[in-house]
Structure formats: C-alpha cells, structure tokens
Design a protein around this ligand. Structure first.
Ligand SMILES: *[C@@H]1O[C@H](CO)[C@@H](O)[C@H](O)[C@H]1NC(C)=O
Ligand SMILES: *[C@@H]1O[C@H](CO)[C@@H](O)[C@H](O)[C@H]1NC(C)=O
Ligand SMILES: *[C@@H]1O[C@H](CO)[C@@H](O)[C@H](O)[C@H]1NC(C)=O
Ligand SMILES: *[C@@H]1O[C@H](CO)[C@@H](O)[C@H](O)[C@H]1NC(C)=O
Ligand SMILES: *[C@@H]1O[C@H](CO)[C@@H](O)[C@H](O)[C@H]1NC(C)=O
Ligand SMILES: *[C@@H]1O[C@H](CO)[C@@H](O)[C@H](O)[C@H]1NC(C)=O
Ligand SMILES: *[C@@H]1O[C@H](CO)[C@@H](O)[C@H](O)[C@H]1NC(C)=O
Ligand SMILES: *[C@@H]1O[C@H](CO)[C@@H](O)[C@H](O)[C@H]1NC(C)=O
Ligand SMILES: *[C@@H]1O[C@H](CO)[C@@H](O)[C@H](O)[C@H]1NC(C)=O
Ligand SMILES: *[C@@H]1O[C@H](CO)[C@@H](O)[C@H](O)[C@H]1NC(C)=O
Ligand SMILES: *[C@@H]1O[C@H](CO)[C@@H](O)[C@H](O)[C@H]1NC(C)=O
Ligand SMILES: CC(=O)N[C@H]1CO[C@H](CO)[C@@H](O)[C@@H]1O
Ligand SMILES: [Zn+2]
Length: 628
C-alpha cells in the first residue's frame, strides 16, 4: 500500500489547489467512496484480528499501523476537499455539501506517529482489561485463595461478572469489586497519556477538546443542556426505584450499611449499571410465574446459534434485511477455549457493503438474548444504509445506533411475544405486568443515571475540570450525585475506578447509550402505532408487522444523510428527543412503587456529597420531597 509522508501530503495539497478548479464534485465524491471502502476495510480487518486474538503479540502493531494509514488517508482527503471546494459556499446541493463538510472534518487530527501511539495506548489498556485475573474467593475460609493454579483464577468475563451477579455474600462481592478496581488502576498512566494525546488531536482537528468533538457528532446546539434536561425529566422515576431497592437491600444485608446512598457492589453488576440480577429478592410478586425465560431456554436446549436465529427471524418477520452468509460464516458467537478475546459484545461494519460481523461470548440466558437483538440492530442499520454514499454510512447520531436493536428487544421480551415463540405460558394478570415492568426497570431505569454520568465525567476530564489527581474523587462525586451509590470502602488516592468500565478505556463514547434509552421508547411507540397495537404501550409486540418494519427501515436507510431530528421526524412525526414515551411505558410501575414507598414511610433521595454520605444516616435526605 502506498504511504504518504507529511511532505508529500503538503505537495498534494498544493498540486490539488492549482488544478482543483476543474475537478467536479461528483468525481471527487465518487472517488472518495471507492477508495474509502478499501481504506476502511483494511483498518477494520486489522482491528478485528486483535479483538479475536489477544494472545498474538504481532497483531496490535498491525492494527495501530492500519489506524494510522486510515487517519493519513482521511487527512489527505480533507486537505483535497478544502483545496478544491474551500468553505463550500459555492456548493448548492445540500447532500453534497453535507458530505464534503464531513470529509473536511477529521475529528482527531494527528501525525502517523501520534496515531500509532494513541492506538497502542488504547490496545494496551484493553489488553490489561481482558487478560488479568484475580484469585478466586474461597467459600470455606471466606477469603481469596491464591494457591489455586493461575488457569483457575477469575477473569472479568465470565467469572467476575458471574460472582457480581449471583453472589449474595457481602464480603465476597466487596472482594471481587475491589480486586477488579485494583487491576483497573494499572491503566491509569496509560489513560492520562491517552487523554493528552486525544485532546491534542481534537485541537488540531479544530475542536476545543475530545469531548467537544464527540458532542459535535450529535449536531445539537447546547447538547449538554439537552442531556441534562432529559435526565431531570426521568429522575423522579429513578428515585422511586432507588428507594424501593434500597429497602430490599437493607433487608437482604441487615446491618451491613447505613448510608442513604447504596453501596456500589451489592447491586448485582460490576458497575451497578443494571440491577436486573437482583430479581431473586426484589421482585414485587415473587409467587407469580417469572418473566425471566432463562430456565425455559435451557430446558429447550437453546444454543447461542439458535438464539441468533431467533433474533434474525424476528427482524425478518418485519420485512427487514436478513443476516447474510458472511455474517453467519465470520461472526464469533462463543468464547473460544484456547485464547483470550475481547468478550465485550460488539457489531462490526467492514464498510464494503457485504461483510458484517458480531463478536460475542454468548451464554444461554435471557439477558444475552436481548444483547443479541441489540448487536443485530447495529448490523441491520449497517445493511440498511449500505447504499448511502460513504460519509453517510453512519447512524443519524451515535445514540440512534444504540437504539435500533433495543427497540426490537422491547417487543421481543413482552410476555405476549415470549408466549408466541413458546418460551412462556402467559397468565396475563396485573401482578405479572408489574413483575414484567419491574424487570424492565431494573435494566433500563437503573441504567439511566449511569448512562448519563460516564460522559459527564469524561467531558470533564477532557476539558480539564478533572485532572489525574481528581479523576477518582470526581468520579465518585458523580456516581453519588446521579446514581445514589457509594463505594464499599475508602478508595486509595491513586485509584482509577472509572477505568474499571470497558468503554472508558477503549475510548467508546457513552452518552449515546443514554440517548438511546430515551429514544428507543419513542421508536417503539411509533412502530406500535404503525402495527395498530392499541393496548398499553408496554404490552405491544409488533412481531410480523410489515407496516412497523417499513416505518423503521425508512428511517434506517437515511443513515446520517440528514441531521438526526429529520430521522426522528421520519419515524415519530416530530423532531425532538422526548421522555414522554419511556414515562408512559413505566407509568403503572411508577404508581405501584410510589404506593409501596409511601406505605413503608420511606425517604427519597440520598446525600449528594462523597465521602460524607458514608457516615450519615438513612433519614437525612429529602424525606417526602418527591411525594408531591
Ligand atoms: C478520480 O479518480 C480518477 C481515476 O482513479 C481520476 O482520473 C480522477 O481525476 C479522479 N477525480 C477526482 C475529482 O479526484
Ligand atoms: C492466536 O494467536 C496465537 C499466537 O500467535 C496463534 O498461535 C493462534 O493460532 C491464533 N489463533 C487464531 C484463531 O488466530
Ligand atoms: C448556486 O446558486 C446560486 C444562487 O441560487 C447560483 O447563482 C449559482 O449559479 C448556483 N451554482 C451552481 C454551481 O449551481
Ligand atoms: C504497550 O504495551 C507494550 C507491552 O506491554 C509495551 O511494550 C509498550 O511500551 C506499551 N505501549 C505504550 C505506548 O505504552
Ligand atoms: C461457592 O459458592 C457458590 C454458591 O454460593 C458456588 O456457586 C461456587 O461454585 C462455590 N465455589 C467453590 C469454589 O466452591
Ligand atoms: C486453595 O486452593 C488450593 C489449590 O487448588 C487447594 O488445595 C486448597 O484447598 C484451597 N484452599 C481453600 C481454603 O479453599
Ligand atoms: C487492592 O490493592 C491494595 C493495595 O493498593 C491492597 O491493599 C488490597 O489488598 C487489594 N485488594 C484486593 C481485593 O485485591
Ligand atoms: C490537520 O493538521 C494539520 C497540521 O496542523 C493541518 O495542516 C490540517 O489543516 C489539519 N487538518 C484538518 C482537517 O483539520
Ligand atoms: C460461507 O460459507 C459457505 C460454506 O463454507 C461458503 O460456501 C460461502 O461461500 C461463504 N459465504 C461467504 C459470503 O463468506
Ligand atoms: C406450558 O404449559 C404446558 C402444559 O402445562 C407445558 O407442557 C409447557 O412445557 C409449558 N411451556 C412453557 C414455556 O412453560
Ligand atoms: C391499521 O388501522 C388502520 C385504520 O383502521 C387501517 O387503515 C390500516 O390498514 C391498519 N394497518 C395495519 C397494518 O393493520
Ligand atoms: C419542546 C421542544 O423541545 N421543542 C423543540 C423540538 O425541536 C425543535 C427543532 O429541533 C425545536 O425548535 C423545539 O424547540
Ligand atoms: Zn451497541
């Protein structure tokens, strides 16, 4: 492959500006798409290879080089576009103008050397994350047993995840939680270097810092404010759930905590981001048949492959595009025995219109069935917009991308649908409905403050509000303020607890998940209307509705060819992100929780400061203030 040095890049820029006047926009854009497909393909292959084989030391270097080649090509095209078309004031066609504007913006603008360094830092952090292990906990002595052979030590996935979900031993949970953060702290120096370098690239790309660049992808004036307003809208719902769950946890772990904010390690998840696994002792009506179909899936000998086919069938039932041969041939859907891979599920677009893959360490359970629909949503979006010009082969914004598969899953997990596919004998009753909505809330409502705060934290890191000596105190300020949780022990001064989350160290923006959690209910509501579903929103299953599928694909096919409010309009008939659909969905549960919390005479909220909250009693926060 031809390599351009910086000097030749400058020369090309000069040459192009001399002869550029004659070139025409269509030629330039056609060339951009053709050569871009090759560039993106090569880079995607190199990064895929690393993710599926962390044991091969030669692969990270190749991926970093591929990233640098791609970056160099993007910079060259940006320079050409600017040399030929200047500030685009002479381009009248809005679509072409939008494409050229995107081509002229490279985001992180770094030299090859710096791009390689940046990629290497991220890969190194990912490797630390995915290859370290901790000593297993001994049930006998109730402490870690480091005499076990290394092969039996616990990985983040599946062993640590499994213990965080299923252990009900307060001390074991605290051990796993803390040990994982000890590993995370190994990445702190890498992360500091990553922040500096990424910011340098953002500034050289014309942005204030990396957070400014990431937010620009949403094309919204005052995006921070839009997110904060949206969060405030759903906060009262979160507080009802928080209050209810805290009461259950106080009963489950009597005397173990006295804080109004909940200890972060007992919420059934490594990051307390979803509380779904607390169902065994928090379900509103425990005697009613469970809405979790994991046991039934196991009884029916479901395999990961079968789960993927169930998802593909659902998409096809709406008339959407089915997964292609390459998808089935090349995806990795089970954790290999013989090597480390990045287990965190992901969906890959090789940007050549044919090659789409998922990588996932699938387990047979209901949560992974939902995750499969999520990842397949990314693939469906890739396939739907594959015919767009290259610059538009993206989600309407990054939040849309996260919402596609989740919108499908909202329909799939309804008892109504699970009954249709033979996984549940529905006994539709009020109690079952509340159990169902409660399970959904442990996943989706519990997630809202977490989905919001990750990037509130990172924006503040990138803009310098937090520096390396305040990473951790800043992190816990936000965790307590928004989620109402506290760490189970005093954190060491050099801790890097934010780095315990994969998206933070692999440089994946996160606010998109928050956006998605709101928008997916808007999409779902719109598709339910198209399918003529007139019952309560949370009961809607649009399985087999071509009308719903057509509405969806009309939006998906747009890709990023128009600003996201246009895509929102296309599916919902209006342009705004809006929490009214999620609020309507959870309304029966919110009323039920309110009633329970009031009956128990409980207080709402928590102390917003950390670590002071650790020493305060439960009843200090805003008793009754959200009861109005
Ligand atoms: C596009 O590529 C063709 C051949 O690859 C070349 O002749 C033409 O000048 C290019 N056009 C532009 C606008 O770069
Ligand atoms: C992974 O890398 C190791 C070390 O280079 C190599 O032996 C192995 O064959 C690779 N596995 C796959 C599936 O590529
Ligand atoms: C763009 O529009 C302006 C004013 O509408 C017109 O004068 C100009 O010729 C147009 N340019 C092109 C390239 O079509
Ligand atoms: C990445 O990790 C490798 C292996 O541990 C190390 O040699 C290299 O210096 C690290 N790279 C950076 C940029 O820190
Ligand atoms: C410890 O107990 C848990 C159940 O609480 C069990 O799943 C696990 O296998 C036990 N571990 C060992 C090493 O026996
Ligand atoms: C610790 O692990 C070793 C090696 O497997 C085993 O022999 C020993 O019994 C374990 N100790 C406890 C307390 O579980
Ligand atoms: C975490 O690291 C600290 C030292 O920084 C050590 O004292 C502690 O025992 C470790 N905890 C676990 C659970 O690994
Ligand atoms: C990238 O940085 C170089 C060197 O500072 C600069 O010449 C170029 O205009 C920048 N490109 C973009 C697209 O910002
Ligand atoms: C998928 O695998 C089958 C069987 O090995 C093969 O015939 C087919 O060409 C492959 N298709 C793609 C697109 O990889
Ligand atoms: C539903 O009930 C029937 C009859 O009792 C039983 O055979 C079947 O296994 C049940 N299916 C599920 C999914 O529970
Ligand atoms: C939905 O209902 C409307 C009005 O009754 C009807 O015109 C339309 O065909 C129905 N659509 C579907 C998909 O059933
Ligand atoms: C109520 C509200 O937020 N309205 C906004 C909806 O979106 C349009 C266009 O994006 C804005 O102009 C409105 O202010
Ligand atoms: Zn995703």
């Amino acid at each position: 492959m031809e390599r351009h040095t910086l000097a030749s890049l400058a020369l090309i820029t000069i040459l192009v500006s001399l002869v550029g006047a004659q070139s025409n926009v269509d030629d330039f854009l056609a060339n951009y798409s053709t050569s871009g497909e090759q560039q993106y393909y090569a880079d995607t292959v190199a990064n895929w290879n690393v993710a599926v084989n962390l044991d091969d030391d030669s692969l990270p270097g190749l991926a970093a080089q591929a990233d640098a080649d791609l970056a160099e090509w993007e910079q060259m095209m940006a320079a050409q576009a600017t040399a030929q078309f200047g500030d685009l004031s002479s381009i009248n066609d809005t679509s072409k103008k939008r494409q050229l504007k995107m081509i002229q913006t490279v985001g992180l603008n770094l030299t090859s050397t710096d791009t390689i360094l940046l990629s290497t830092l991220i890969i190194n952090m990912t490797t630390v994350f995915n290859t370290n292990r901790i000593c297993p906990w001994s049930n006998l002595t109730r402490e870690p047993n480091c005499s076990m052979p290394f092969q039996k030590w616990w990985r983040i996935d599946p062993e640590m995840f499994d213990r965080m979900s299923h252990s009900r031993d307060y001390d074991e949970l605290a051990y796993v939680w803390t040990a994982w953060r000890n590993i995370s702290a190994l990445n702190k120096e890498y992360f500091e270097q990553y922040v500096d370098l990424s910011n340098k690239g953002a500034r050289q790309g014309g942005f204030k810092d990396t957070g400014d660049y990431w937010r620009s992808l949403f094309e919204s004036e005052d995006f921070k404010n839009l997110m904060d307003q949206t969060f405030q809208e759903i906060l009262p719902l979160y507080e009802e759930l928080h209050t209810y769950i805290r009461r259950k946890l106080l009963a489950q772990y009597p005397g173990r905590f006295k804080t109004s904010a909940i200890p972060a390690h007992i919420l059934g998840n490594m990051w307390a981001q979803e509380w779904t696994d607390l169902g065994d002792f928090t379900t509103p009506f425990p005697d009613i048949a469970t809405v979790d179909v994991t046991a039934e899936m196991l009884a029916q000998n479901y395999t990961p492959l079968k789960m993927f086919h169930v998802a593909d069938d659902f998409y096809q039932s709406l008339g959407l595009i089915k997964m292609n041969d390459g998808f089935w041939n090349n995806s990795i859907i089970e954790q290999p025995e013989n090597r480390s891979i990045v287990c965190h599920a992901s969906a890959w677009d090789f940007v050549n219109g044919q090659d789409f893959r998922v990588k996932m360490c699938t387990k047979v359970n209901m949560a992974d069935l939902v995750t499969i629909h999520h990842e397949m949503g990314h693939i469906e979006y890739y396939m739907q917009y594959a015919k767009q010009p290259l610059p538009f082969r993206n989600g309407a914004n990054p939040g849309f991308h996260e919402a596609i598969g989740d919108t499908m899953a909202l329909s799939v997990v309804t008892p109504q649908h699970l009954q249709k596919i033979g996984l549940l004998n529905s006994t539709s009753s009020n109690e079952q409905d509340i159990n169902f909505l409660f399970k959904q809330a442990l996943g989706k409502v519990a997630f809202l403050p977490f989905g919001y705060l990750i990037d509130v934290w990172r924006w503040s890191v990138f803009d310098g509000t937090y520096n390396s000596s305040t990473y951790n105190t800043g992190w816990w300020d936000l965790r307590t303020k928004y989620q109402g949780i506290v760490p189970p022990n005093d954190r060491p001064v050099d801790a890097f607890d934010a780095g315990s989350k994969s998206h933070v160290i692999d440089s994946t923006p996160y606010i998109s998940y928050f956006f998605s959690e709101i928008a997916q209910f808007q999409f779902y509501e719109a598709m339910c209307k198209a399918a003529n579903q007139t019952d309560a929103l949370y009961k809607c299953d649009f399985y087999q509705s071509k009308a719903a599928g057509d509405l969806f694909s009309g939006m998906l096919q747009l890709g990023n060819s128009q600003p996201w409010p246009q895509a929102m309009q296309k599916i919902t008939g209006q342009q705004n992100l809006d929490a009214s659909a999620i609020s309507e969905y959870f309304k029966p549960l919110r009323d039920w929780l309110r009633n329970e919390n009031v009956k128990a005479g409980d207080c709402y909220g928590w102390d917003y400061t950390w670590p002071d909250a650790v020493t305060k009693n439960l009843n200090t926060p805003r008793c009754g203030s959200t009861l109005a």
